[in-house]
Write a protein that binds this ligand. Structure first.
Ligand SMILES: Cc1cc2nc3c(=O)[nH]c(=O)nc-3n(C[C@H](O)[C@H](O)[C@H](O)COP(=O)(O)OP(=O)(O)OC[C@H]3O[C@@H](n4cnc5c(N)ncnc54)[C@H](O)[C@@H]3O)c2cc1C
Length: 419
């Protein structure tokens, strides 16, 4: 088996992992980013979640909450001709940036190459080795087989907390909070007339008609639907399913059921929705999008009070401004952020309670169910990932790791820490 050493190893190439790897590499750390698929982007590209949320506050004239690596990604998308000006959603008053998945893959390749990060695609985390307090190495499976990589610090940015879950005491309590966040299968639809407008009653009816069992959820109002930039495709986010994403049998059944529902729903729209006469399923997923799976044990857990009060902290290393968005039995609820419209994520929410050199990035930082509904969005995942990467790089270089040092390094990399 091959053996290598890196200062920082980041597992997972979604928003959190990309920002962590770039942030660490920019500080001079020898950094490896391992991603199990053949492209970066995480949920955006692997599950067609094609809107960046959390970059801006919710008010009429929005303030930018995420800069740094997240900002570089928007610039790289803009350079490919994809408009990145945010647009306001009618249903929640939030600001989002709609994505083109193929442009995003290219933009992300460029951002990590410039840093420079050593990227390994088609490379899956297998397990981790540890000493009492720290993680010493990880084992990865890639095109050449198994490789053991020792590292000064590890960032778990896998969304599913695969590193924390592989270590004793890495994970907290029950693995999944089903009632708050259903999973969804986004669908891209081709062949829709360019001037078609969307009828929510027919969309909801299509979701109802697509069910195989009456217990399956129907998203009220027919879900979220929009045109994609740089494409003639429509993006439709309406097929919800509630199941345990950590159970292999349930996960497989959910993929199959959701795919079948997508097919039936588009067939229904073809016959009933004006402008959809030539519509077809252009793509699903590739996989079903799981909003919540596992929660590692963090040193600090953000709470609903942080969100409702818009709590600011002197050890804040990221700004979170997306309202808590909960998906329960077909209903989407938004709980607003108080105070100045954002709350700080403190350093300790990014640190494993069990392992000194294990950093948490993206949707797996310490958060209770209400705070989780906010911090899990991709804009905020870029911000927490950036901070985790910078912290990991400082730790690997044996520099003092505290919030002040991380804030200083983040500011030097154009991160937003106050808005
Ligand atoms: C259906 C749905 C709709 C959503 N809507 C929005 C939205 O509109 N806007 C928004 O901003 N957010 C949205 N979210 C939330 C958001 O997409 C996620 O919370 C966010 O992507 C989390 O970022 P992350 O970097 O932590 O994880 P991810 O984006 O999940 O990235 C994790 C990466 O780790 C990789 N990985 C996992 N295991 C391994 C392994 N063993 N080895 C190597 N690599 C591994 C994965 O392949 C993936 O690329 C939605 C989520 C879902 C599921």
């Amino acid at each position: 088996m091959t053996r290598e050493h890196y200062d920082v190893v980041v597992i997972g190439g979604g928003a959190g992992g990309i920002a962590a790897a770039v942030g660490a590499a920019k500080l001079g750390a020898k950094t490896l980013l391992a991603e199990k698929y053949g492209f970066l982007g995480g949920t955006a590209t692997a599950n067609s979640v094609l809107a960046y949320c959390g970059f801006f506050t919710r008010e009429e004239s929005p303030r930018q909450l995420v800069g740094g690596v997240g900002g570089s990604v928007l610039e790289a998308l803009g350079a490919l001709g994809i408009p990145v000006q945010p647009r306001r959603t009618a249903h929640s008053g939030t600001w989002i940036v709609i994505l083109n998945p193929e442009a995003l893959k290219v933009a992300l390749d460029r951002v990590v190459t410039i840093a420079p990060v050593d990227v390994r695609l088609h490379t899956t985390f297998v397990d981790a080795q540890r000493e009492p307090e720290g993680v010493t190495s990880v084992r990865l499976y890639g095109p050449s087989g198994l490789t053991t990589i020792s590292a000064g610090a590890i960032v778990d940015a896998s969304g599913d907390a695969v590193v924390a879950a592989a270590l004793p005491d890495g994970i907290s309590g029950a693995s999944c909070i089903h009632s708050r966040n259903a999973a969804s299968l986004p669908v891209r639809i081709g062949g829709v007339a360019p001037d078609a407008t969307f009828d929510r009653a027919i969309l909801e009816e299509a979701l109802r008609e697509s069910r195989q069992r009456e217990t399956e959820t129907v998203r009220k109002g027919g879900g979220f639907i929009t045109r994609l930039p740089g494409s003639t495709d429509i993006w439709w986010l309406g097929i919800d399913l509630e199941f345990d994403a950590n159970d292999p049998g349930e996960m497989t059944a959910a993929e199959q059921t959701a795919r079948s529902r997508a097919w039936r729903a588009v067939e229904y729209l073809r016959h009933r929705h004006p402008g959809f006469e030539h519509a077809f399923v252009s793509s699903t997923g590739p996989g079903i999008g799981v909003r919540e799976s596992r929660h590692p044990r963090a040193r600090l857990t953000l709470t609903s009070d942080d969100l409702f009060e818009g709590r600011q902290r002197s050890d804040g290393i990221a700004c979170a401004g997306w309202p808590s968005e909960l998906h329960v039995h077909g209903e989407q609820q938004y709980l607003g952020v108080g105070g100045a419209g954002y709350f700080h994520v403190p350093l300790d929410a990014l640190r494993s309670a069990a392992y000194e050199n294990l950093w948490l990035a993206g949707r797996i930082i310490g958060a209770d169910p209400i705070a989780y509904g906010s911090i899990r969005v991709m804009g905020t995942a870029f911000a927490t990932g950036h901070a985790a990467g910078v912290g990991a790089a400082l730790q690997a270089s044996r520099t003092v790791v505290d919030a002040d040092a991380i804030r200083m390094a983040l500011r030097a990399q154009a991160a937003v820490l106050e808005a």
